[in-house]
Design a binder for this molecule. Structure first.
Ligand code: NAD
Length: 311
């Protein structure tokens, strides 16, 4: 069987592709930046092509050439994109439409895509409780509005054409090489790991980190089924303040210089309490303890920097 991964050379995609290969899938990657990942160790099992999801013809051509059984769409503009609303809309909204419509006319019924925890907006909208996928969405940034509309687009294609399109709302994905999207919780680990000091305005700001390996695994498991019980799934993660995250880093790196200008910030936090029982239950996922994932990131960075590993 074949999976087409759109945006497959990015942060999550480069981890999802090897997992698909491990399951025996032939993988075709289409990305506007095809050289950003190296899949050469997989030989013919992974084919990478350059294509622009904003161009309907590129998506159709990729599907006709790959003849996939399923499609995973990770192509997106990470970061706010607020300074380029027209371009961002074309990539995030038209790109998603191109993916769904091209899949439909080419007869590919199974599609997965990435929404985001951003759809929920600030935690203060919900009080001190974990929200599930049926709770109202309060995200108002351009990125959040685009993700909210992506969920609507998927719902339309599912209802009107009977397609099997499923979204995942990743929380604050973390890993050693994350450079786009939310990065404060990443830099809180990676800069001390490299021996660099790091400063943040607020120790109390809450985040919901989830390791990129766990998100990649979630995308693969959800993509590999023909139909999921629900149209959308919260990834969840580890609810933690930047200050507490710094405390874990200092357990492994006692000399780490992580500074905060103030102790507050909790009230400014985006959604950090989510109920992910649907995803973990249906797809039998289990996230390892946060300490284990932080140690993994620290040592990934230190290996790259030629520094001694810590334990
Ligand atoms: N990383 C996170 O913390 C996070 C959190 C929530 C949701 N998500 C979502 O997960 C998905 C993947 O995120 P990521 O972290 O891997 O991002 P990423 O930026 O690393 O990957 C996106 C990929 O899309 C490709 N791309 C961009 N424009 C394209 C175009 N016009 N045509 C084809 N490909 C194009 C990029 O080259 C890149 O490889 C996105 O939809 C993102 O919004 C990520």
């Amino acid at each position: 069987m074949t999976t087409l991964v759109l945006g497959g050379t990015g942060f999550i995609g480069k981890r999802a592709v090897p997992r698909l290969v491990q399951r025996g899938e032939k993988v075709v990657v289409m990305d506007i930046n095809p050289g950003a990942a190296d899949f050469s160790e997989f030989g013919d099992q992974v084919q990478v092509t350059r294509g622009d999801i904003m161009q309907f013809q590129d998506v159709v051509t990729a599907i006709l050439n790959a003849k996939p059984d399923r499609i995973m769409n990770l192509a997106y503009l990470l970061g706010s994109g607020d300074d380029t609303p027209h371009f961002t809309m074309k990539l995030n909204i038209l790109g998603m439409d191109n993916c769904f419509e091209a899949a439909r006319i080419c007869g590919v019924n199974r599609v997965t895509y990435a929404s985001s925890i951003a759809v929920s907006g600030q935690q203060s909208n919900f009080g001190d409780r974990a929200i599930n996928e049926d709770d109202p969405m309060h995200g108002t940034s351009q990125y959040a509005m685009h993700k909210r509309f992506n969920e609507f687009q998927a719902q339309q294609f599912n209802e009107v054409y009977g397609m099997s399109i499923t979204g995942i709302r990743p929380a604050n994905v973390t890993g050693p090489d994350k450079v786009r999207g939310s990065t404060d919780h990443v830099r809180c680990v990676t800069q001390p790991a490299a021996g660099e000091p790091v400063s943040f305005p607020k120790a109390g700001l809450m985040r919901l980190p989830v390791h990129v390996d766990d998100i990649a695994e979630a995308f693969v498991r959800v993509t590999m089924v023909d139909k999921s019980a629900y149209p959308i799934y919260n990834s969840g993660g580890y609810p933690i303040s930047l200050g507490d995250l710094a405390g874990i880093v200092k357990k492994f790196l006692p000399e780490a210089e992580i500074n905060f200008a103030s102790q507050g910030g909790k009230e400014d936090s985006g959604n950090y309490l989510t109920d992910n029982n649907r995803l973990l239950g249906e797809f039998e996922l289990e996230y390892p303890p946060i300490e284990q994932r932080i140690l993994q990131i620290i040592n990934d960075v230190r290996r790259d920097e030629g520094l001694p590993l810590v334990s």
